[in-house]
Design a protein around this ligand. Structure first.
Ligand code: MG
Length: 168
């Protein structure tokens, strides 16, 4: 059973590779586009909002594990209008996703929610993180964005098939 989905941010939810570079004032340019004061720009990928909405509508927990400054990520999530979907955002100054996923699990535990690694789906555009996650945390279901999932909405089908007991 799946109880939580955790996303990477850069190149997974949006097209920019490092939003920690963004310099205030950071502004929304159009519905899915954010720009900074020095001409940097990010565009949220198609179907992200619908997929996040679906995940929450199913009562699943939603997390983020990103190598970024927390203030930048929170600002951008808020400008894009998707901050309210995330139960836990783990943004750190190091690239180790397995540590961030441990923080995610511990932060839920502090809220009285106990979750097993096998109940977490993790989506990241960089497959190299997956080995350490499996070695140190356990059998989290890891999906490589743009390879295992060709689009964001594909995750909906994956979640539905897991919930029906297939593909588990
Ligand atoms: Mg990434």
């Amino acid at each position: 059973m799946i109880r939580a989905v955790v996303y990477d941010a850069d190149k997974t939810l949006w097209d920019h590779h490092n939003v920690s570079e963004f310099v205030e004032p950071i502004k929304i340019e159009s519905q899915d586009t954010v720009v900074d004061s020095e001409g940097r720009k990010l565009v949220l990928f198609p179907e992200v909002k619908e997929t996040l909405g679906y995940i929450k509508s199913k009562g699943l927990l939603l997390g983020m594990a990103t190598w970024n400054f927390e203030d930048k990520v929170m600002r951008i999530l808020s400008l894009l209008g998707i901050d309210q979907y995330f139960d836990v955002v783990v943004a750190r100054s190091y690239p180790y996703k397995f540590i961030m996923l441990a923080h995610f699990i511990n932060s839920l535990r502090r809220k009285g929610i106990r979750i097993r690694p096998s109940e977490i789906l993790f989506v990241d555009d960089r497959r190299l993180h997956f080995g350490n996650i499996w070695y140190y945390i356990g059998d989290i279901k890891c999906l490589e964005m743009w390879k295992d999932l060709k689009s964001h909405k594909e995750l909906i089908g994956v979640i539905e098939s897991i919930m029906k007991g297939r593909n588990a």
